[in-house]
Write a protein that binds this ligand. Structure first.
Ligand code: PEP
Ligand code: MG
Length: 782
């Protein structure tokens, strides 16, 4: 019975999502939400009160069940009434006899005296209350745990929807004020105030070869046409031919329809390649594409004689500026959505069919910067390579490019100024060189390199089913790091023996709200089923630092990498953490999961995690769910503090995994994404190597498993060194597995141990590198 309530919650969220598509303003959004929640929770009443700017007054904004006449009329201070108590306490208020509650206040106009039971939860945005959602019934009903949990999930999801709808409303109001003001000003000046936005950026000549270089982050060669992933930059806006007003209106209407169809298509495609839930980001886009005020603004401009392309550009630009100027980081994020949508409509208007999310042909993606969500949405099969002006080897987009097996060169200075739409390019993902419009000599050289590369790839394919065993017989485990559903195929293709790190934040990044337990369970189930006889090490949410969420504005921090990230976020936002743990446990019977917690710095954190996990597990068990018992628990060793107390930590967990990406940055105080300090970010620094050695020794002593899941081990020589230091299990981006396997199979463990001994007595990185250089000639490396 309780299980039904959870599926009911899920259904409600789906309903809410679809209703939002048809909500054009705040009022419609709220009305739709209360109607659906009351229906699904089977309550007589559902109401939403929003908190005014003064932070003290709650106003009834929407209700199903109370008198409609009381909307916008019923108001209360936060120190009065049960709803006020919800805001004051920032928590749940529940009673089955509301009138008997000491905080009960009767509002005549609502006619609510007939309702006995009351359950209210705060709508929170970045921990600040923005309102209250209340459900009520006539009967003295006590809501059970499952019902409360369902309402909590719904509340959590709708908070940001309400927040953004409210902000959109306020922007629209501000715009109306401004329009009036501008009109008045224009009258005074006796002229038009419509300002001209320059759209022509001088482009470089496409003629001539250009050789550029950057950081190679994913190996491989390719040659092809570029696709400039230009985030609605002026560069793609041609001076369009302007037809009659009627023609331009028709063009715009058609383009809008096509953009909507494209958006729906993307939703479907992302649903297939990632998960249906990941496709939710496009709901927001559709909502904007159907927004009456957005459409009217563009049509009005066209009526004034502005061409459709320019009209879309100007209106979108206006929104982007309005959003971008907001102090609220959530709204600033929305400006990216506006840019994306604007680009899509203009792409259609201008016949630029190579829309970034629907590449018609194979293309080399050229961009100023590429984010994990771009990669999540792009058509992976059509991407020949990725070349960007910003970014480096340790950013998450680079890690994803590697797992997708796409050659990538990032941090190419001068790229955007040099590249043009019709350019051809050769990308050498091994050396980091990029050739624009190569001549015959370069082409021939490239073809030779490509042939060599193909031969090596063939060799590697032969390795797929061979075990990773050193030439003197030690068995090593090579797992894959994954993040997307499409990684399952890539991991299997490269002979991964399981998943050593499943980064769960990527599915969170491409959504519009936090996924609930059922949505997560569905996704985790698919991942577990992708590795039927293998272990999948699921890492809980690791956001913050360089990984943000479009729908969750993090507070501004001067040092986000030393701030509220990762497990610190999860332990504070227990609601989100519990949903994730429940999602993992619900999916657990589908395979062989282990659960790993990132950025651990103390034993207390592990104890707190165990406590929460036990409660979640009990709750699921009591509600009749079948979950695996005693799922192995592990932690990541990424902070120097964890290295110092690794013996204590090992007593609390089943295994540890060393995250060298973070461990290096924290040990050496060098931001992993900052090019300025890249010489300090050094995997061969003795402090880093001795930290790893210490963890490996402690794990051996404790008889517990230790692995490495950072990028460092993707280099075959590093892998041999780490092997010599006692590591027997690695988790790598899948395409790195064959090369590392080849190195392992070609060398004896004894040699690796000798190398480790020689390295560990070095006092400087320079000395370490000298030893490694020598080792290149004695070890078998291809
Ligand atoms: C690491 O820090 O090494 C790691 C594997 O985690 P992430 O790169 O996701 O921070
Ligand atoms: Mg990390």
């Amino acid at each position: 019975m309780k299980a039904n309530y959870h599926s009911m919650g899920l259904r409600t969220l789906e309903d809410i999502s679809s209703i939002i598509l048809h909500s054009h303003d705040l009022q419609e959004t709220l009305d739709n939400i209360v109607t659906i929640v009351a229906k699904r929770m089977r309550t007589d009443v559902c109401s939403i009160y929003l908190l005014e700017k003064d932070g003290e007054t709650l106003i009834l904004k929407a209700t199903k069940g109370l008198s409609k006449a009381s909307i916008n009329r019923t108001s209360m201070k936060v120190h009065e009434g049960l709803s006020g108590l919800v805001v004051e306490s920032r928590g749940m208020v529940m009673t089955d006899n509301a009138p008997a509650h000491p905080r009960y206040k009767y509002f005549k106009e609502t006619r609510e005296e007939k309702f006995l039971s009351f359950l209210g939860l705060p709508l929170l945005e970045r921990k600040n209350p923005i309102g209250v959602i209340v459900i009520q019934t006539r009967d003295p009903r006590r809501f059970n745990d499952a019902e409360i949990s369902t309402l909590r999930t719904i509340t959590f999801q709708i908070s940001s929807i309400v927040h953004s709808a409210r902000l959109l409303d306020s922007i629209q109001n501000k715009e109306q004020e401004r329009a009036w003001f501008e009109q008045e000003l224009a009258k005074v000046k006796n002229g038009s105030s419509h300002h001209d936005l320059s759209t022509n950026r001088t482009s470089n000549s496409t003629a001539g070869i250009r050789t550029l270089s950057g950081t190679s982050v994913s190996t491989g060669f390719c040659r092809g046409k570029v696709y400039i992933l230009d985030r609605f930059s002026d560069k793609v806006i041609k001076v369009a031919r302007v037809g009659t007003k009627a023609e331009e209106q028709r063009k715009f209407t058609l383009a809008l329809e096509k953009a909507k169809i494209q958006t729906l298509y993307m939703e479907k495609r992302v649903g297939e390649t990632l998960s249906e839930d990941d496709a939710a980001i496009f709901h927001t886009h559709l909502m904007i594409l159907e927004d009456r005020s957005f459409i009217t603004k563009i049509s009005d401009l066209i009526e004034q004689g502005v061409g459709a392309t320019r009209a879309v550009h100007d209106v979108v630009h206006h929104y982007v500026q309005a959003f971008g100027a907001m102090e609220d980081p959530y709204l600033r994020e929305r400006s990216a959505d506006m840019e994306d949508i604007g680009r899509r409509i203009i792409d259609v208007l201008e016949g630029n069919d190579n829309a970034p999310l629907k590449l018609r042909e194979h293309r080399i993606i050229v961009a100023e910067e590429i984010f994990p969500s771009d990669l999540a949405l792009l058509d992976h099969d059509k991407i020949l390579a990725i070349v960007t002006e910003k970014g480096n080897i340790y950013c998450h987009a680079a890690i994803m490019a590697k797992s997708l097996g796409i050659p990538a060169v990032l941090g190419v200075k001068g790229l955007i100024a040099a590249a043009n739409v019709r350019d051809e390019m050769i990308v050498d993902g091994s050396s980091g060189y990029v050739y624009l419009n190569p001549d015959e000599v370069v082409r021939q050289e490239y073809e030779r390199l490509e042939r060599d590369h193909a031969v090596r790839l063939k060799e590697m394919e032969g390795l797929r089913d061979l075990p990773a065993v050193t030439s003197d017989g030690s068995r090593i485990t090579l797992n894959a790091n994954i993040g997307l559903l499409s990684d399952i195929r890539v991991a299997n293709l490269h002979g991964a023996e399981g998943v050593g790190l499943y980064r769960t934040e990527f599915p969170y990044m491409t959504r519009t709200a936090f996924p609930n337990r059922n949505e997560q369970a569905a996704l985790y189930r698919k991942v577990l089923e992708g590795f039927p006889n293998q272990t999948v090490n699921i890492r809980t949410l690791d956001i913050g630092g360089d990984k943000g969420l479009p729908y969750f504005p993090f507070p501004h921090e001067d040092n986000p990498f030393l701030g509220w990230r990762s497990i610190r976020f999860s332990l504070e936002r227990e609601d989100i953490f519990r949903e994730q743990l429940a999602g993992i446990l619900l999916a657990s019977p589908a395979g062989h999961p282990t659960i790993m917690f990132p950025l651990i710095s103390s034993v207390d954190e592990i104890r707190q995690i165990r406590f929460i996990l036990a409660e979640v597990s009990k709750e699921l068990h009591q509600s009749g769910h079948d979950t695996l018992q005693n799922v192995p628990l592990g932690i990541m060793i990424e902070i120097p503090a964890a290295v110092q107390i690794v013996d204590f930590l090992l007593e609390e967990v089943d295994y540890v995994s060393i995250g060298t990406n973070d461990l290096i940055q924290y040990t050496l105080a060098a931001d992993r994404n900052n090019q300025r300090v890249k010489q300090y970010y050094d995997p061969h620094h003795p402090a880093v190597l001795h930290s790893i050695k210490r963890v490996a020794d402690a794990a051996a002593q404790a008889g517990k498993k230790v692995s490495i899941c950072g990028e460092m081990a993707a280099d075959p020589l590093n892998a041999l060194l780490l092997l010599g230091m006692g590591i027997r299990e690695f988790s790598l981006s899948a395409p790195s597995i064959p090369l590392v396997k080849q190195a392992i199979r070609a060398n004896p463990l004894e040699e690796c141990q000798r190398l480790a001994e020689a390295v560990l007595i070095c006092r400087s990185s320079y000395d370490v590198r000298q030893v490694l250089l020598e080792a290149r000639s004695t070890l078998q490396l291809s």
